[in-house]
Design a protein around this ligand. Sequence first.
Ligand SMILES: N[C@@H](CCC(=O)N[C@@H](CS)C(=O)NCC(=O)O)C(=O)O
Length: 206
Amino acid sequence: MLKLYYFNLRARAELIRLIFVAAGRAWNDIRIEFTKWPEYKPKMILGQCPVLELPDGTQIPQSLSIARYIAHETGLAGTDNLESAKIDAVVDTQRDMNEIFHTKVLFEKDENKKSEELEKFLANDLFKYVNQLMALKKAYSMDTNYFVGNKLSWADLYVYLSIERVIKAAPQMKTQLDNHFKDTFDVINNNQNIKKYFNERPDTPF
Ligand SMILES: N[C@@H](CCC(=O)N[C@@H](CS)C(=O)NCC(=O)O)C(=O)O
C-alpha cells in the first residue's frame, strides 16, 4: 500500500488525503509525532514531508507533485492531456492566491501585523484570484459543479480546501465566497466518502 508521511496536521497533506478519499483508495496515513521527527527527517528524500512512499521504496516529495500523481493514478486528473492542463491551470491559479495568503497572513506570528495583512489580502488580492478562477471555470467547465469538464477533479478539491482556509480566517467573507463556489462545494460536502472521512479525521490546529 502507498504510504503518506506527514505530521498530524491537515496543512500540506490534506489535499493528497482528500484525493485518496474521493477516489475511494486506501492508503497508509503515517502521522509523525513532532518528537519523532528527528528520527524520520534523515530518511525523507529532501529532509521534509509530505512524502509519498511506493512499495518498492521510491519516495516522491513535494505536496502538489504527490497530489498530481495520485490524481492521475485515480482518474481525478482529467480524461486527456488537454483536460489535465486545464486542471493544472486552476491549481496554479489557486496556488498563486495561497502563496500570498499563506506567507503574508497564515504564517505571520505578530497578531497585529496578521490582522493588517488579512485586511490587505481581502481588499486587494482575494477577489483578483477568485475572478481568475471563475474565468477558468467559465472557459473549461461543462457542468456548473466542476471547474473542468463534467466530473470531479483534484482542482475542485484544492480550491475547496484553500477557500475553506480563507473562510476560517475571515468568516465575514463566507456568504460572498459561497456565491462563487457553492455548486462545487455542495458536491464535495455531499460526497459519501468525503463525508465519512470528515467525520472521522483527527481534529488538528491547522
Ligand atoms: N514545497 C514543499 C514544502 C515542504 C515543507 O516545507 N514541509 C515542512 C512541513 S509543512 C517540513 O517538512 N518541515 C520540517 C523540516 O523541514 O524539518 C511541499 O509543498 O511539500
